[in-house]
Design a protein around this ligand. Structure first.
Ligand SMILES: [Zn+2]
Length: 375
């Protein structure tokens, strides 16, 4: 997810906050302080509650990540955003059991935190009312987090649990994903419908459970997010399943445009970029492969310096490039590219470059495959 800042590492997992999260942090703090604007104590409690809630969400995601790691799934980062948290995995579970444990860990963690809050509230009398209200609120939020995430629509935790169960029964990963995704989309549409209904009813002061137009908009917004998340998760699963069946030499492009290392950028753009429309070039000097040059490399140089800059000065040299063999799994390569944020790898056989795999390559390959599979 773009637009996020790193705030540190926990258990070796990068913790990130997306800008949209600050919006909800401020909104929540204001809502918690609202009856008592002038009291410093109310503000302190409001901010503390928000931070503890934030810690609860991180704990939920950490539970997923650590259980996942114990089962061989690599989690690289956790991002907090407007709808909660999200753990970034570079690999999916290969066994339904591992998926089940990993998915259940988050809601279990939230339920435990909720339980602890309940115990504190029950067995620590004499807390100032503001503090005991905070404990109660955190209890409710953590229980809500557990219950909401258990809704059986993919990619929510409940959807993952549901998929793992169908998967272990049928042994068919794709079909289980398809079913869980349909349910996930259905849940999304249900939320959108409920949200619109609440907005309409609130116009006539008839909205149930004390809901108002804002909660209606919020519900619809969550529904829209769930529907999109279900679709894009499904698409990613399809892609992985497709790539699993291919090797590097089947997805690479063997006819890559080559440019010499000594020409300047003005000439490169005039004679190679504009005429071929390519974004990636291999740099070959005197029969020897020297590196790769991308349009992004060129864009870092101001136009007035193009005539004075040569291809060799800004290319990524061979020593800094990832090299794979033609037999390597296409899925493994994509996972590696995503995990390391690299856009191209070289396919080398017996010391010779035989092809190039770029992210564009892979996307084109996948698009063609999904188009043909549809019929
Ligand atoms: Zn979760």
């Amino acid at each position: 997810m773009g637009g996020a800042i790193n705030i540190g590492k926990v258990f070796g997992i990068q913790l990130r906050i997306h800008y949209s999260w600050f919006f909800i942090f401020i909104l929540l703090t204001l809502a918690l302080v609202s009856p008592d604007w002038n009291s410093g104590f109310a503000w302190a409690i409001g901010v503390a509650t928000c931070i503890l809630f934030f810690v609860s969400v991180v704990a939920h995601e950490l539970a997923h990540s650590l259980v996942g790691r114990a089962n061989g799934i690599v989690v690289t980062s956790i991002t907090l955003f407007i709808f909660g948290g999200m753990a970034m995995m570079t690999k999916e579970a290969t066994q339904p059991k591992a998926e089940l444990k990993m998915a259940a860990a988050g809601p279990a963690c939230s339920a435990i935190i909720g339980g602890i809050c309940l115990l504190i509230w029950l067995f620590a009398p004499g807390l100032p009312p503001a503090v005991s209200n905070m404990v109660l609120w955190l209890m409710a939020m953590n229980f809500a987090l557990a219950v909401f995430n258990l809704i059986p629509g993919f990619p929510l935790d409940g959807g993952r649990i549901f998929r793992a169960v169908v998967w272990s029964r049928s042994g068919d990963f794709r079909r289980s994903t398809r079913i869980a995704t349909r349910v996930g989309e259905g849940v999304g549409y249900f939320f959108i419908g409920a949200g619109v209904a609440v907005v309409v009813l609130s116009l006539f002061d008839m909205a149930p459970f004390g809901l108002n137009w804002f909660s209606g908009v919020w519900l619809a917004f969550i529904g829209w997010f769930l529907r999109n998340a279900a679709r894009s998760s499904y698409r990613q699963t399809e892609w992985r399943e497709t790539l699993r069946r291919f090797t590097a030499d089947q997805v690479m492009s063997a006819s890559y445009p080559a440019v010499p290392p000594d020409i300047d950028l003005a000439r490169l753009v005039e004679e190679h970029v504009f005429t071929t429309g390519h974004r990636v070039f291999v740099v070959v000097g005197r029969e020897r492969f020297e590196g790769i040059l991308t349009l992004d490399n060129v864009k870092t140089i101001p136009r007035r310096d193009w005539a004075a800059t040569r291809v060799r000065d800004i290319m990524t040299p061979l020593a800094r490039l990832k090299v794979v063999t033609p037999e390597e799994s296409a899925l493994g390569i994509m996972e590696w590219m995503n995990g390391n944020d690299v856009a191209q790898v070289l396919v080398v056989k017996d010391g010779r470059v035989v092809g190039l795999i770029t992210r564009d390559n892979l996307m084109r390959f996948l698009r063609v495959h999904s188009e043909l599979n549809r019929n």
